[in-house]
Design a protein around this ligand. Structure first.
Ligand code: ADP
Ligand code: TRP
Length: 322
């Protein structure tokens, strides 16, 4: 069984792109792997400096995962800051990390260009991420393309440490989801919080319908043929519609007769029904925050046991034991 690990930032409303691009896959790994999932609140602090936002966002992210089907008894699920061992490992790793390696990271430069404060935490973000990964001897790390370079940093650090101090860390393999189609947003660009074009999955019916109705489509008359492969509405529909329904709509696109308004109404109903159970579950979970905390604390206890084994070895290797 492969050990698979991934961390998720507690940053705002989960959208359809996040679900199909990442969460659904992570949840399915539960069946076949030794799965580690955690909420990276320490990483979020590089951009969020609002007490309420960070703490409420952390609980909400936990509720999202559990509502969508993550079973904490079949994986290790925790909040990053509840396993402080990661900070010690980060320090050790940072003493081996060349400045040049971090200076080359695009993510840091992009974030600073967008106006995020160029703090030391933001700069050393990849070292904390390496510590997350190496602390649990992770074999596979599923991430989006934007995190590919950070994974390479983690591998470089692991190899350097192993060469210098002797075999200690598993060198992790990235699993980059090149094949997961990019889910388009309301305007046809990649669905992303930063573009303001998302369809959040836990909206109530009325605002959800409004969002779906605002999907941008072209001005081709109903009776004219259209290319379904070039239509963001069709791409979104294909994530939810059953095969025969989709084939029916495909015919209308190709032969003429596809009315966007009706298709949007169908899409709204499909999204509403697809997430109906999860939406109810999330409400219940958020009303029972003590339960959520209990799940996360138990997860952290499990994670700390594994973390302690690696950290013991690291302390020994580098000479922190005396
Ligand atoms: P956002 O772009 O909304 O800020 P994040 O960067 O926080 O989203 O992404 C969290 C996860 O969701 C990542 O694994 C990312 O690859 C995935 N993801 C985000 N948007 C999409 C999308 N439009 N299509 C597919 N996957 C996505
Ligand atoms: N940097 C990742 C992101 O923004 C989140 C993350 C932090 C992570 N630590 C990790 C992902 C360890 C995978 C493994 O999406």
């Amino acid at each position: 069984m492969k050990r698979i690990l991934s961390g998720i930032q507690p940053s705002g409303q989960l959208h359809i792109g996040n679900y199909f691009g990442m969460m659904k896959t992570m949840i399915s790994h539960m069946e076949t792997s030794d799965l580690y999932v955690f909420i990276v609140n320490l990483h979020a602090m590089t951009t969020v400096h609002d007490r309420e936002k960070l703490s409420a966002g952390t609980l909400e992210a936990a509720a999202d995962f559990l509502a969508l089907g993550l079973d904490p008894d079949r994986c290790t699920f925790w909040v990053q800051s509840d396993v402080p061992e990661v900070c010690e490992l980060m320090w050790v790793l940072s003493t081996l990390t060349p400045m040049g390696l971090l200076e080359r990271c695009h993510s840091y430069k992009d974030k600073v260009a967008k106006g995020i404060g160029a703090s030391h935490g933001l700069f050393s973000y990849p070292v904390l991420m390496a510590a997350d990964i190496l602390l649990f001897q992770s074999e596979v790390v599923p991430v989006g393309k934007d995190q590919k370079q950070h994974l390479e940093v983690a591998r470089d650090i692991a190899i350097k440490f192993n060469n210098h101090f002797g075999e200690t860390f598993v060198v992790p393999e990235p699993a980059i989801s090149e094949t997961t189609a990019i889910v388009p947003g309301l305007d046809g660009q990649k669905m992303s919080k930063s573009y303001g074009n998302t369809i959040p999955i836990f909206l109530d019916d009325k605002p959800l319908r409004k969002k779906v109705m605002s999907i941008q489509t072209d001005a081709t008359p109903v009776e004219d043929p259209k290319d379904p492969e070039k239509c963001n509405l069709y791409a979104l529909l294909s994530l939810f519609a059953a095969k025969d329904k989709l084939a029916e709509v495909h015919d209308l696109y190709v032969n003429g007769g596809a009315a966007y308004g009706y298709i949007k109404q169908d899409l709204f109903e499909l999204i509403r029904d697809y997430f109906a159970g999860a939406r109810e579950k999330k409400k219940e979970l958020l009303e029972n925050q003590d339960y959520l905390r209990d799940v996360l604390h138990k997860g952290a206890d499990k994670a700390r046991q594994k973390a302690a084994v690696t950290l013991d070895l690291v302390r020994d290797r580098v000479g922190l034991r005396y």
